[in-house]
Design a protein around this ligand. Sequence first.
Ligand code: NAP
Length: 486
Amino acid sequence: MTATLPRVPSGHYIDGKWSAAASGRTFAVENPATETLLAEVADGGAEDADRAMRAAAAAQPAWAATAPRERSEILRRAYELIIERTDELATLMTLEMGKPLAEARGEVAYGAEFFRWFAEEAVRIDGGNMLTGDGGKRILVSKVPVGPCVLVTPWNFPLAMGTRKIGPAIAAGCTMVFKPAQLTPLTALALTEILDEAGLPAGVLNVVTTSDAGAVVTPWLEGGAARKLSFTGSTEVGKRLLAQAASTVMRTSMELGGNAPFIVCADADIDAAVEGALVAKLRNMGEACTAANRFYVHSSVVAAFSEKLAQRMSALTVGDGSAEGTDIGPLINAAGLAKVRRLVADAVDRGARPLCGAPNPDDSDGRGHFYPPTVLCEVPDDAELMGTEIFGPVAAITTFEDEDEAITRANDTPWGLVGYLYTRDLDRALQLSDQMEVGMVGLNTGLVSNPAAPFGGVKESGLGREGGRVGIDEYLEYKYIAVATS
Ligand code: NAP
């Protein structure tokens, strides 16, 4: 039985008040497990975007002047409210996005942790003080809020992608306009309600939901009032937004797509590698930027690794994420499902051998966008899924003979978010980690995300880092005063 939708606001949140869209229009939010309507939410346009941005700009000076401890305590209260409402938020996320309830609870804990982390960072913003080389002046350096921020988030982690941006922006003293994904606005609206309850002053956070992202985000980027864009989403859309942000020379943090390699060396602990692969591949049904996309396994261990992985993956239960016992929920929508089907069919056409899953592309769908965990081995490098995000529960395995070859193939992609590596040899581990062109390495682990770590990628996976000690710097500018000494 599908869980009941918790009560959640459905309007825009601007200047501390909830309101309908200026046009009066709404758009539908669906449950991907049942393809039934969950809610109607306000469908914003340029007028709503303008009102939100004016509220953020007006609130900026007073918010920048608040005591760091005050900002810290709002975040801390919001953290506690999120934890108190774990079940409600997890249910919302499962219903609008599909992930199994246990995973949704995990995201609540992970997402809340960004607020606790940045509550602690808000009171540690430091500066500098030194003499010039000739001793003629004193250099006083402080860090100040960058100004009103534009936040745009994807659908795959509806809570954590919001808290990872809102947390440091609040801590730094920035006001915000926030557009959550069209497919999953409900969790973002519930989070907004929590921040309101936690005492966030009016105008600091302004949220506009929409079915027309460009109509809302373009004026924010080109209008001149915003000073920063923080975007998480696809590389394709990210590039477009970077070009728009260039028109007003704003700061940017871009968390974009990935194409993660997962390398299993000849000396790897195969059981540990299979455990890591299950996490790196199946978290969020494979709909994660960090998802292992290509498995490079040494030829001497490929049979053991592939068979064990296929055994574990084929034993998982696929179904409605809100049902007891579900391991793998539905994919987000019909387009996501069609893409996975097409990629698997293409790989099989090119000679890949399915060990489990890989249903016939013509199988009838029924209700819900479900796809079974699939292991493909002997996948050729020219299969389309080796060069694009699969965003589904499909493990594509190929072999290598020597590590230089594995690294060359792993790096042969425009993306560089994360890479995974399994080996028991420390020298090899550090050497290969250095050679991987990525922002993050999972060394003998399939999970790298942590609020205390600087999350982000190189190459076309993005710019800047979220979380860790440096996460708050993305929302701060250096300002220096040259002080004449007498
Ligand atoms: P997406 O299509 O790029 O959308 C991301 C956000 O951008 C959504 O809010 C979307 O609004 C908005 N958007 C789309 N077109 C826009 C436009 N023309 N102007 C302004 N905003 C626009 O990505 P997605 O499908 O939601 O998410 C999956 C992607 O995100 C994957 O590539 C994944 O790797 C990446 N991702 C990266 C990270 C990371 O940390 N590196 C984390 C999670 C996900 P609508 O919802 O209305 O389309």
